[in-house]
Write a protein that binds this ligand. Structure first.
Ligand code: MLT
Length: 219
């Protein structure tokens, strides 16, 4: 992704419980975005995407704490698409706690998550385990993170799930199952299957911008 200048206000911070970057809002009415990278990404990856999606929003972008052969992730997996669910639970709680710390430190409303692949999967897990952590979520190429998540309510929370019809990593039935899990908990799920694979495409951007403009709660 092309690097966009983010200005001197983009800070790298360590004292909170995740290495992260934070970009303050220039439009205080825009919902803050929590940017969650995919496997092998880091806290810098999705800042340009966040800036394009919502130009004035605060951006909070943590780095996953798991290292898989040097590639950061948000939770452990046993194989491609096979997750260590105990670790998913632990890491989703840890990330939700970080969001609470960052909200207090930076004076933020509950953010809307924008997660790609592994980042989308941890966001989906947080929605089901810590429903107050997020005010909404755009899940890009997400799959089911927990086979049997606990019952809970995320009534009214807007969720956009964007899948690829030819995604070699996420089977169509798996993405549909995630949409059903979230819908059963009351989320306002929009699930779109786009003609493409696991990678992001321009249509993902336009779908997210449109969804954010329609549904994101003001901060
Ligand atoms: C990935 O490579 O990140 C997977 O597709 C998703 C995951 O492991 O969470």
């Amino acid at each position: 992704m092309t690097a966009l200048p983010l200005g001197p206000a983009a800070t790298a911070r360590g004292p909170l419980s995740f290495t992260h970057r934070f970009v303050p809002a220039t439009d205080p009415s825009a919902a803050p975005l929590l940017l969650l990278h995919g496997t092998g990404g880091d806290e810098n990856d999705l800042l340009p995407l966040g800036r394009m999606l919502s130009p004035g929003a605060a951006l909070l972008s943590p780095r996953g704490k798991i290292s898989e052969g040097g590639m950061p992730r948000f939770f452990r997996r046993l194989a491609e698409g096979v997750f260590d669910e105990e670790d998913v639970v632990r890491r989703a709680n840890e990330l939700a706690d970080f969001i609470g710390e960052a909200r207090a430190a930076y004076g933020l409303a509950a953010p809307v998550a924008v997660g790609f692949s592994n980042g989308a999967n941890i966001a989906a897990a947080m929605l089901m385990l810590r429903p107050d952590a997020l005010s909404g979520a755009a899940l890009l190429r997400a799959m089911v993170p927990l086979a049997n998540p606990p019952a809970g309510s995320i009534a009214g929370t807007p969720v956009l799930l964007l899948s690829g019809s030819a995604d070699p990593i996420v089977p169509a039935a798996n993405a549909a199952r995630l949409a059903a899990q979230l819908g059963a908990r009351g989320a306002r799920v929009e699930h779109r299957v786009l003609p493409g694979g696991h990678g992001l495409m321009p249509v993902d951007m336009s779908a997210m911008r449109d969804w954010l403009a329609r549904t994101a709660p003001a901060a």
